[in-house]
Design a protein around this ligand. Structure first.
Ligand code: DC
Length: 229
């Protein structure tokens, strides 16, 4: 008999904790949609930097978030991307990974109006089911009824090392100490903001990925999923 799995799986956790790597592998195994909500906040941030030249005008950034067309689609190019991210039809998949977007995305994602606009779209996608959705507030706010909630964590040093290696792999210049400092700052903003701060849902299963591979994390999640389905 086929094994049964929960239809909605939420994975939350801090930057570079392995959510996307694990989420993609898990979604592939289950033949579910993988949806990384961080892409949406990054896309709004990129659009604000490009069109408004700044991100500190909350009303303007919120209006942009409400009107811009963000599309996240299966990858059309084999260049290591996990999805195509488009803003008003323009492919900005790699632009949203720039240090400039990294440095501004926490401020943009702390604006309540931006979160409302993104949450609305994420719920629409998530509630169709057969989805692995990853972010910061999926289990707590976006899909609080998800049958399985995972909170994936890792030490900040390990996460900075992963981000450093990711940039080097893409041929970009990277400075570990700078990345570590930026990561600590982003953690602080993400977990102390007034709306939907980063924190584990009370019913989330917490996993630390410091010394285990992504495949091992996926196996752990699958074992938990089989028990609760
Ligand atoms: O996972 P990531 O690094 O791509 O996320 C980028 C930023 O987006 C992160 O600093 C916080 C924000 N974010 C959020 O506030 N809520 C989510 N569900 C996903 C991301």
């Amino acid at each position: 008999m086929d094994k049964k799995y929960p239809s909605i799986i939420a994975i939350d956790g801090p930057a570079a904790s392995g959510k996307s790597t694990v989420g993609v592998l898990l979604a592939k195994k289950l033949d579910y949609l993988f949806f990384d909500t961080g892409n949406m906040y990054r896309a709004v941030t990129w659009a604000a930097l490009k069109r408004l030249k700044r991100v500190d005008n909350e009303a303007d950034v919120t209006h942009l978030a409400e009107t811009v067309q963000i599309d996240v689609q299966p990858p059309s190019v084999e260049d290591g991307r996990l999805a195509d991210v488009l803003v008003d039809g323009e492919d900005i998949t790699w632009q949203i990974r720039s240090p400039e977007v990294d440095a501004n995305v926490s401020q943009v994602s702390a604006y309540p109006g931006v979160r409302d606009a993104m949450t609305y779209q994420q719920r629409r996608i998530g509630n169709r089911g057969r989805v692995v959705m990853v972010g910061r507030d999926i289990g707590t706010v976006v899909l609080p009824d998800a049958e399985l909630k995972i909170y994936l964590d890792a030490s900040v040093e390990e996460r900075a090392r992963r981000r450093y290696e990711e940039l080097v792999r893409r041929g970009e210049t990277a400075d570990y100490e700078k990345i570590l400092k930026a990561m600590k700052k982003r953690d602080q903003i993400d977990s102390t903001r007034a709306v939907a701060p980063l924190r584990p849902a009370s019913d989330a299963v917490q996993i630390c990925s410091d010394r285990i591979s992504a495949e091992q994390v996926v196996d752990q999640i699958l074992r938990i999923a089989e028990k609760i389905a």
